[in-house]
Design a protein around this ligand. Structure first.
Ligand code: ATP
Length: 249
């Protein structure tokens, strides 16, 4: 892999794969994280590996929601920390929002590894290790969270979520912002705001919008959010993909 020349047309993608696979060997990423990444790559290919207009708009609305939230939080898993740990910290400082490590395959070892990784990258505080609360309706360890973290938050940014947890967070009356390259996933269909974009592009772009919108008055941000139609946006993404395929054949 080290032999891949920078001129290789798939250089970025191959280096990202290497990053994820190295992180799995270090125990940061669960082996199923590699499979999730592969599914993401396939959908990224279909949208042209760039932020499409519907995603940019969703990123803007996500930024507005995070700004007006009383207790916003970014929930991160292994893939997210490895691919965009630094960018999540920057975003959390800009909003400001908390960061919590929340894992589908939770072990003490991986929780500690990911927490240390974020602290080493410069995070001032990372939630998740305490695990003293539960998201109602979720069995096994994926429902574990911190009482002063995800449990008591009002707006949760959940990159690469699974559909059940997304629904369970919504059942707690939280606003859920999901980043998922698959517009057809249960998560994409369940979230309040779905961002169909690669997490590596989405997080810095949300930060860009936070900087732009931060000084807008609260009423105009609320107005912006109230006009958001998530289903319409998903249909737009699907139309974008089918138009692209139609042009090919
Ligand atoms: P659901 O329960 O919502 O249907 P799932 O069980 O299919 O989801 P997982 O197997 O947990 O989902 O996979 C995680 C999701 O993350 C996939 O839909 C994949 O497209 C998406 N994904 C993977 N890598 C990225 C990435 N880098 N950026 C954005 N999304 C990604």
């Amino acid at each position: 892999m080290e032999d891949i020349p920078k001129s290789h047309p798939r250089y970025e993608s191959l280096m990202t794969r290497k990053k994820i696979s190295d992180a799995m060997k270090k125990g940061l990423v669960h082996e199923t994280g590699l499979i999730a990444h592969g599914r993401g790559e396939a959908f990224d290919y279909l949208i042209g590996e760039k932020t499409i207009p519907a995603a940019d708009e969703a990123e803007k609305i996500a930024a507005a929601s995070l700004i007006i939230a009383k207790n916003p939080i970014i929930s991160v898993n292994g893939n997210v920390v490895v691919l965009t740990g630094m960018e999540c910290i920057n975003l959390s400082e800009e909003i400001p929002a908390k960061i919590e490590v929340n894992l589908f395959h939770r072990t003490d070892k991986r929780m500690k590894l990911l927490t240390s990784e974020l602290l080493n990258l410069g995070a001032s505080k990372v939630y998740g290790l305490k695990g003293d609360a539960r998201i109602p309706g979720l069995d096994h360890d994926r429902g574990i969270c911190d009482s002063d973290g995800i449990f008591s938050s009002d707006v949760v940014l959940v990159p690469l979520e699974d559909g059940d947890r997304c629904q369970a967070l919504k059942n707690m009356n939280k606003t859920v912002i999901a980043i998922d390259l698959n517009p057809l996933s249960r998560t994409a269909k369940t979230a309040n705001i779905t961002i169909v974009d690669n997490v590596t592009r989405a997080i810095p772009n949300i930060e860009k919008w936070v900087k732009i919108l931060k000084n807008e008055d609260k009423n105009s941000l609320e107005d912006l959010i109230s006009r958001w139609d998530n289903r319409k946006m998903i249909l737009e993404v699907c139309a974008f993909i089918s138009k692209k395929l139609n042009l090919l054949f």
